[in-house]
Design a protein around this ligand. Sequence first.
Ligand code: ADP
Ligand code: UDP
Length: 237
Amino acid sequence: MEKTTQLYEGKAKKVYATADPNLCVVSYKDDATAFNGLKKGTIVGKGVVNNRMTNMMMRLLEKQGVPTHFVEELSDRETLVKKVKIVALEVIIRNVSAGSFAKRYGVEEGIVFDEPTIEFSYKNDDLGDPLLNEYHALALKLATKDEIAVIKKYAFKVNEVLKEYFLKLGVRLIDFKLEFGRLTDGTIVLADEISPDTCRFWDAKTGEKLDKDRFRRDMGGVEDAYKEIFKRVITGE
Ligand code: ADP
Ligand code: UDP
């Protein structure tokens, strides 16, 4: 299936139509942004890592009973996916305090939670993706009660599967963001990406950050961190 017209260019990916109205092609760029687009840069090779890693995660999750948009990897940077209407919610699961959680609640990073947390933000760049709860999501008609229940069930399942998967690679899954979409028949599936752009990964031994925080925080070694996590995913160790 070949891509035809470009439907959308986002901060990290482009989305193309195909001859089949139910399928589209996602193309991963090396462009990196942070702080709602305020900070811009390039992470050489990121598009390849994020595309291939996302596809491996989607295949793993499908096997574990989480339906996803994944259809076929077309090349290093391009993947055929089921076209969905994205639910305008960013779904964030956390196992350990970090980032905006630590800032918002005035706690240090690295506190291990007894239970994972879930939070939603309204996927709206103009508003800076404001945090909201389920009642707000219902009031704004972003999703139905049933859809929110399914999304929560899948999000926690994703966490269980990925937490265990990464621990075997010597990596702690600290937190991550998911997006879900609706197929034409309304079925909810996991969409978008699962990559060092959207997850926090800390080396289990050294605590070294292997994710986009190296870019956000100008820590250096960004490309190497993406290479390292990708190497572990590819080699399985
Ligand atoms: P952003 O829009 O935040 O800049 P990206 O650069 O990652 O993000 O752009 C990719 C866009 O494609 C996102 O808006 C994402 O919600 C959307 N998307 C992801 N998967 C699908 C899909 N299967 N069908 C349609 N749109 C999708
Ligand atoms: N995240 C994301 N996109 C966003 C916001 C957050 O992928 O627009 C991911 C981020 O990489 C991290 C998790 O969600 O793994 C939690 O992010 P947090 O709320 O701490 O925000 P940040 O520190 O990125 O501002």
